[in-house]
Design a protein around this ligand. Structure first.
Ligand code: PMP
Length: 406
């Protein structure tokens, strides 16, 4: 059974007041709050297990290694990867995509093409631009329409044997749009041999992921957006490609043998995990997976969809409020501007005085803001612990901000 009150009680941070008002936390697309089980997993690691992994014969090192590898297997199951060694621990989505863009360098030559979409976060734009600069490849962009819907006929015209990478997000963090990745993947498979990369930072926290059914080659996401600590993330990759491509960082842990004459690389996943990992964080990511699974993906999605629908209804009652991507299929995010009421951050500051945390600005998606010719939006983004009463408070707060700013 879905027990919202119980879920909220698991988040110590939600029990406090901000600026004298109960905290209403609607900045979940920037980072989610952490339940006690995750916090306890982290502290338990430092209180009872802390040791470096994969290299010690002593008991603590072995226990820490076992816990971290158990977490890897939980994440494997969470995204339905075929093998645990296809799950690489990183610092987050940004590092996962940069790792990949570097690791694919030798697969790309001048004249090749990389396709992304207009709806990408900067971390799914800049690493590919850097790869283009290194190799002479060309970046192409799937356009969007006024509703934020990607124009997939672009793929019919532009996918060909020159296309080497197609990298798109599953859900837009700025607008909450659920992109048609099934169609993008099937078109890409049919018309090119490109590597398919999915940025799942905004989808992994909100619904069930099945990388095998999706048939992507890579899937990247961040722990901190799905109830885990900051500084941990995942890059999933298909075994045969991971074996073929070059490593990113060189150093300890990623070698099989090392001499001054040359080095051979360790097996997967360690080939891509140079240096001492964030062991406590990686273990706590496993605890976050347990937390999500204890509630159930379907329950989470139903609740968050109901919140979105309600928020949209309440906000649209407000005059001169424009929601971006209103007609597109969306999840977990509502992004809006208030016409004639200053810039987004003005409203954000007033809401903050009422204890309501929203994000304002370009949300690391400047091309989307450029498309709409705006500097930024106010973004309210939801998590499993948010309530309908909090949305009422948001709507009242927005009305008040509008009155003060008009
Ligand atoms: N892509 C998307 C869709 C995101 O929402 C985010 C985080 N806002 C990122 C990439 C970057 O993630 P991180 O900052 O955790 O590396």
């Amino acid at each position: 059974m879905f027990n919202l009150q119980y879920i909220r009680s698991q988040f110590p941070i939600l029990q406090q007041q901000i600026n004298g008002k109960p905290l209403v936390y609607f900045d979940n697309a920037a980072t989610s709050q952490k339940p006690v089980s995750v916090i306890e997993s982290w502290t338990k690691y430092y209180e009872t297990l802390n040791a470096n992994v994969h290299r010690g014969i002593h008991t603590l090192s072995q226990l820490a290694t076992e816990e971290m590898e158990l977490s890897r297997r939980k994440i494997q199951k969470f995204i339905n990867a075929k093998h645990d060694y296809e799950v690489i621990f990183t610092r987050g989505t940004t590092e996962s995509i940069n790792l990949l863009a570097y690791a694919l360098t030798q697969e790309i030559k001048a004249g090749d093409e990389i396709i992304i979409s207009h709806l990408e976060h900067h971390s799914n734009i800049v690493p590919w631009q850097m790869l283009c600069e290194r190799t002479g490849a060309k970046l192409k962009v799937i356009p969007m329409d006024e509703n934020g819907i990607l124009q997939l006929d672009f793929l019919d015209k532009h996918l060909n044997e020159k296309t080497k990478i197609v990298s798109v997000n599953h859900v837009s963090n700025a607008l909450g749009i659920l992109n048609p990745i099934e169609e993008i993947i099937s078109k890409t498979r049919k018309n090119s041999g490109a590597f398919i990369v999915i940025d799942g930072a905004q989808s992994a926290p909100h619904f069930a992921i099945d990388v095998q059914r999706m048939d992507c080659d890579f899937f990247a996401f961040s722990g901190h957006k799905m109830y885990a600590p900051m500084g941990v993330g995942i890059l999933y990759g298909k075994e045969d490609i991971l074996r073929k491509i070059q490593p990113f960082h060189g150093g300890g842990e990623m070698i099989a043998t090392c001499s001054f004459d040359g080095t051979t690389y360790a097996d997967l996943p360690f080939k891509f995990e140079a240096g001492t990992p964030n062991v406590g964080g990686n273990i706590a990511l496993g605890a976050a997976v347990d937390f999500i699974e204890s509630i159930g993906h379907e329950n989470i999605q139903n609740h968050e969809n109901a919140l979105l629908e309600y928020a949209q209804k309440k906000l649209l009652e407000i005059e001169n409020l424009k929601i971006y991507g209103e007609k597109a299929k969306r999840t977990g995010v509502v992004s809006f501007t208030l016409e004639g009421a200053g810039i987004a951050s003005d409203a954000g500051m007033i809401l903050d005085k009422m204890g309501i945390a929203v994000r304002t600005g370009h949300h690391c998606t400047q091309p989307i803001m450029d498309y709409y010719k705006i500097a930024g939006t106010v973004r309210a983004s939801f998590a499993v612990y948010n309530t309908f009463e909090e949305i009422d408070a948001l709507a009242e707060g927005v009305k008040k901000a509008q009155r003060m700013l008009s």
